[in-house]
Design a protein around this ligand. Structure first.
Ligand SMILES: *[C@@H]1O[C@H](CO)[C@@H](O)[C@H](O)[C@H]1NC(C)=O
Ligand SMILES: *[C@@H]1O[C@H](CO)[C@@H](O)[C@H](O)[C@H]1NC(C)=O
Ligand SMILES: *[C@@H]1O[C@H](CO)[C@@H](O)[C@H](O)[C@H]1NC(C)=O
Length: 495
């Protein structure tokens, strides 16, 4: 049996709610004091990493359950709050980011509360054994190092017996061991989603004299970012990573802001079964348009479920911005959206202390590392700074645009992984049955808007090509591959 359960998510957007701590007493209660729970009712959070920590801008599943099948609950409320609310009677919820709760609309068990901020509650009086709600943790905060968030639930068996407190309250601390610029989800080796997805990646420059005054280049007219370049790729492919030596393509990009070689490396690694899938390429931005976003579209699938990108900074010895092994395949499906700050990395090929300081070839070549944030060299733009004090040099956003379910015959369902008794979708473990090699020349680059700029190109569409395609299971197939491309603007095609 193979059932697709479509989950509609609604995001909380509350304009109502009282200042101060939410009073979760059920409106139907005839007894003012809560009863003692003794572990029957429980609020749990699956934090994946284990422990009571959360990472920014990530979706967590909150589960409210009864441990005794003869004792369901009828009413409930779940509130997410800053523990500071306990000591400030006029606490203004609008000034703190505690993330947002999302009700899962499949069972229509929960809705947003009108009594309290950042709270969901029951929609009806039916008996409940298990309720799930999603919580999207706060976005990457810029400077606050430590931030805890409290998840607090109330359950009521009837108008006389209701509970709060022990087993129904969870306090999570922000994971400060992870650098601010790490992608939200850990990398996984096998992606079992039975679909492909299309994404948009947006690079937004933030390097300015205002935010990064120290050693800011004297001739900002020469400032610029290179093209945005990268790829969606498999678990095994590495475009760049800290601790590795830069590839020749990365060296050329970091030193000269020239993407030609790294682009060739990415294209040469294209494969349906490993390596790269879509080439990511976005416009380069120069002073005075350095804050204009640069974007590109790309596709991911069960094999190519990660992406990595790079942007060189000019002037600089060999510095670049970027993300590596950004995981998009999660337990909850393809990641919807995320934003991370970017800080400069040093390709390890040129020595130089500051943006414009004299450079010399690094001998022997170093591995890729962060620029020396916290440097004790007075010439450094990051003199005695800490990553948490440093303003981002750019923001990287990724947004899911579409999901394409794979044809059923390409997904094989394993035993015992069907839809659960309670109608809840269980993770589907499926495998791709067929790999077809797409061959042939890439077609012309078709810009999304107008006659130049970002666009797409295709290959493998003709009947003749389909016949030449080799598939693992011996059959011939027909497949189209699409990748992002960029049509340079010149006098002949400018609008
Ligand atoms: C419920 O809370 C009590 C007190 O904090 C704790 O001792 C007990 O282990 C908890 N029970 C469960 C099932 O987590
Ligand atoms: C479940 O609740 C019933 C009714 O309160 C009680 O008699 C029974 O002992 C409970 N079962 C367990 C396993 O706690
Ligand atoms: C992909 O490439 C890596 C490294 O070259 C190799 O270890 C791995 O086995 C390959 N995987 C597949 C499915 O071919």
């Amino acid at each position: 049996m193979y059932i697709f359960v479509v989950i509609f998510l609604l995001t909380v957007s509350l304009t109502t709610g009282q200042p101060g701590k939410c009073d979760q007493t059920p409106p139907q209660a005839t007894v003012d004091t809560p009863s003692e729970n003794k572990g029957t009712f429980q609020l749990t959070v699956d934090t994946k990493e284990g422990g009571l920590i959360y990472r920014p801008d990530q979706t967590y599943v909150l589960i409210l359950t009864t441990n005794n099948q003869t004792r369901p609950f009828r009413w409930f409320m779940i509130t997410v709050e800053d523990p500071g609310v306990d000591t400030e009677p006029d606490f203004d919820h609008r000034t703190v980011d505690v993330g947002s709760l999302k009700t899962l609309d499949t069972h229509r068990q929960s809705r947003y509360s009108e009594r309290c901020y950042n709270s969901v509650e029951n929609t009806d009086n039916s008996d409940k054994y298990r309720v799930e709600v999603h919580w999207v943790s706060p976005k990457q905060p810029q400077n606050d190092r430590k931030k805890s968030v409290r998840l607090r639930a109330m359950v009521a068996e009837n108008s006389e017996v209701w509970y709060i407190g022990d087993n129904l309250t969870v306090v999570l601390e922000k994971d400060i061991n992870k650098p601010l610029d790490s992608p939200p989800y850990p990398v996984i080796s096998v992606c079992n989603l039975c679909s492909e997805a299309r994404y948009e990646v947006i690079f937004k420059g933030k390097w300015s004299r205002m935010s990064h005054p120290r050693k800011y280049p004297r001739k900002p007219d020469d400032n610029g970012y290179s093209h945005l370049v990268g790829a969606s790729h498999s678990y095994h492919y590495i475009l760049w990573q800290p601790g590795d030596k830069a590839s020749p393509g990365l060296k050329k990009l970091a030193e000269e802001a020239d993407i030609s070689d790294i682009e060739r490396e990415i294209i040469d690694a294209m494969s349906l079964t490993n390596g790269t899938r879509t080439l990511i390429r976005g416009r380069r931005r120069h002073h005075p348009d350095m804050f204009e976003p640069s974007h590109s579209l790309f596709r991911v699938d069960r094999i190519h479920h990660l992406f990595s990108v790079l942007v060189a900074m000019k002037p600089s010895p060999d510095w670049f911005l970027g993300a590596t092994k950004f995981e998009l395949c999660t337990d909850l499906g393809w990641l919807e959206e995320s934003e991370i700050p970017l800080y400069p990395w040093d390709a390890g090929t040129m020595d130089g202390i500051s943006y414009e300081s004299p450079t010399s070839v690094t001998q022997p070549v170093d591995s890729i590392d962060r620029v020396a944030v916290g440097s004790f060299n007075q010439e450094s733009p990051f003199y005695q700074m800490n990553l948490n004090d440093l303003k981002p040099f750019a923001l990287l956003q990724v947004r899911r645009l579409a999901v394409y379910p794979l044809p059923e015959e390409d997904c094989i369902e394993e035993e015992g992984m069907a839809t659960g008794d309670d109608g809840k979708a269980e993770p589907q473990t499926l495998s791709l049955r067929e790999h077809c090699e797409v061959r042939g020349e890439w077609g012309p680059c078709v810009p999304h808007n107008g006659r130049c700029g970002d666009g797409n190109q295709m290959r493998g569409s003709s009947e003749e090509e389909a016949l030449r395609m080799t598939c693992q299971n011996g059959k011939n197939g027909r497949r189209v591959e699409t990748r992002s491309c960029f049509m340079e603007c010149n006098e002949n095609n400018m609008d």
